[in-house]
Write a protein that binds this ligand. Structure first.
Ligand code: PEP
Length: 252
């Protein structure tokens, strides 16, 4: 039985005040005791400590949106996994499409980060997904294969209790376009089979695969009711408690 995850990726949004208010509203709403849904927020780096203090002891976890693959040292402007752990962060999003396509991160870069984060004991939310042109030219599965192979190179089975995959078709991120439930399910099924072929049936069965791409309260239930969809990675709608809470509730 896979436990759902609903994760909010705040991206480069919020201020200390608006982020704090959002975190307070979520912490007040999400039950403290373990429920069927794991809830996570991923604020910008400067607010991690503040948000971490607010959600501490609540049912809301917090994670980062990126990390660097080296241990602390002379890497100006970067953030280490040690720093994330130091502020109580337990998860990190890696390979988000904005980092792949705007910041030009390669699968090799992402793979180094995945391995470093896993070594540090962090939960990794590894994002994969195709561009619109790749979908139109029927390259979706080839792209997912490349990103899974590249991102997970050298990662062994034992690490999978800390790995979550997020399928995020790039054409659906922040655009208002959403994959249909059938499109999402087909990609998730492909990813689950990929895990079976490259790891094992047990890992394929137990690994959570989230959908991300313009998830909103009105489409969450249908997407989340697909057999191979184990939750959502939410961008825009995670910035408003009145939108994010119904998405969490849709997963219950
Ligand atoms: C995201 O940033 O991961 C995302 C899915 O964004 P949005 O929900 O805004 O499409």
């Amino acid at each position: 039985m896979r436990r759902f995850i609903v994760a909010g990726n705040w991206k480069m949004n919020t201020t200390k005040d608006t982020g704090s208010q959002l975190a307070q509203a979520l912490a007040a709403e999400v039950p403290k005791e373990k429920t069927a849904v794991e809830v996570l927020v991923c604020p910008p780096f400067p607010y991690l400590s503040t948000i971490g203090d607010i959600v501490n002891g609540s049912g809301v976890g917090f994670g980062a949106q990126n990390c660097y693959h080296e241990s602390p040292g002379a890497f100006t402007g970067e953030i280490s996994t040690e720093m994330l752990s130091d502020v109580g962060c337990r998860s990190v999003i890696l390979g988000h499409s904005e980092r792949r396509h705007i910041l030009k991160e390669t699968d090799a870069d992402i793979n180094l980060k995945v391995k470093k984060a896993l070594d540090a004991g962090l939960q990794v939310v590894l994002c994969v997904g195709e561009l619109q042109s790749e979908r139109e030219s029927e390259q979706t599965e080839a792209v997912l294969d490349t990103q899974m192979t590249g991102g997970l190179e050298g990662v062994n089975s034992a690490a999978f209790d800390k790995i979550v995959i997020a399928y995020e078709p790039v054409w659906a991120i922040g655009t208002g376009l959403t994959a249909t439930p059938d499109q999402a399910e087909a990609a998730h099924q492909y990813l689950r089979n990929w895990l079976k072929d490259h790891y094992s049936a047990e890992i394929a069965d137990s690994t959570r695969i989230l959908y991300g791409g313009s998830v909103k309260p009105d489409n969450a239930k249908e997407l989340l009711s697909q057999e191979n969809v184990d939750g959502a990675l939410v961008g825009g709608a995670s910035l408003k408690a009145e939108l994010f809470i119904p998405i969490i509730q849709a997963a219950v």
